[in-house]
Unconditional design. Structure first.
Lengths: 238, 238
């Protein structure tokens, strides 16, 4: 067995949240999108007639007739099937899922900073709008989201679900911090002293023995022009 | 027993997706936000110290120590507890959940049409940007999302999960169509002939006997300046 994971090639994107969970838990999977040969196979697979078509990647083909899509839904599914990566009881499952959904909202907002007018347009064609949007994102939204996760950790301890062990949502928060540091290095450095618990969680995930192989491998893609992008004019100290 | 539902007063917003499911299934709940007396109680409750704080409304207080937040997560929870409103088996549960998450993405995009630069700013302060964003939303995103749900219904039949009975995601799609017709009446009228299955589902939900009381009641709030807003300059035939 083993899952087939479909995602756009060349960027970590939303696929990375799924990859981190699969890799950290040692769950076998096949990356179905070729690296370097474009996304033709993905586009073809997306158009395939099936009873459960995904709207967009990432999606996980579990077996013929069982396709799970939407990032947070994939992680929810994996958490049910592989209980080491998520709480087992009902309250805990819905708790980490709601945190994951909140992370996905944060990620979508981070993306829209560089594409406020339209995802089909080039960044260069919406640069003034992006600069305006980035101001509010840096000054209000970043502290709001960081503050929320800081507050949760103050209640729960080292990991977002509580307890002694990571769950998939900790891996996702690690990746969001990585992405935001890539995209907004100046702002994130200024904010760091106020969000020590979030950054400590980031460092704990980065040091997990079960992630070392993956993080050092070529499978871990670098940020470039995907969800998280670094445009110096969108960053700033306040 | 009975759930406590917290949401901003005065607008249907994201709370409406939860309300429709509770009302159609006849599940008892208390609306915790006063109508007309502002949102002070909600703001206070949001700030309360608890092990599972919500990031934002809507949220459902099931009991002390069990708070479910994020709209799609609330519906997932309700579907597990009240199996008449969602498929019971694993594949079906994840299927309607992914559709609900796709609807929530669509709703977020619909909102950002009138607030492309910042949700803290007035519409009047981002009107030119909104007009630019609305073009792509009307010409590309609306047909893409409508086309996706049309394709699903072509595969599954009258309801999004298949089968002979509605699930919560059908109620949500009904409400999204209502909201889009309110916000973009000219564009939705032009698109109508291409998306007959989606519109037939809308009409079927609107005619459900179990929703008639609610839809005719004062509990069903009118659209105004919430998620879906009607600004004539953002609408158009193409």
């Amino acid at each position: 067995m083993g899952y087939d994971l479909w995602y756009w090639s060349g960027i970590p994107g939303r696929g990375e949240f799924v990859r981190l969970a699969l890799e950290a838990a040692g769950i076998p999977y096949r990356e179905k999108t070729g690296r370097g040969d474009g996304d033709a196979a993905l586009v073809k697979d997306l158009a395939k007639s099936r009873p459960d078509p995904p709207f967009a990647p990432p999606y996980l083909v579990v077996e013929e007739g069982l396709v799970i899509s939407q990032t947070a839904n994939i992680l929810l599914y994996l958490g049910e099937k592989h209980p080491r990566i998520a709480p087992r009881e009902l309250a805990g499952r819905h708790w980490v899922h709601q945190l994951q959904l909140t992370l996905m909202d944060w990620v979508a907002e981070s993306h829209d900073v560089h594409h406020p007018v339209g995802m089909d347009l080039y960044y260069e064609d919406q640069k003034p709008e992006a600069c305006r949007r980035a101001e509010g994102f840096r000054s209000k939204r970043l502290p709001k989201f960081l503050g929320y996760f800081e507050r949760v950790l103050a209640q729960r301890g080292d990991w977002l679900a509580g307890g002694k062990r990571w769950s998939y949502v900790d891996l996702s928060l690690f990746h969001v911090v990585e992405g935001l540091r890539f995209a907004f290095p100046r702002r994130m450095a200024i904010l760091a002293p106020d969000f020590r618990r979030v950054l400590a969680l980031h460092d704990s995930v980065q040091a997990l023995p079960e992630l070392q192989d993956y993080l050092a491998s070529e499978r871990r893609l670098a940020f470039s022009d995907g969800l998280f992008r670094h445009y110096p004019e969108l960053d700033g100290e306040d």
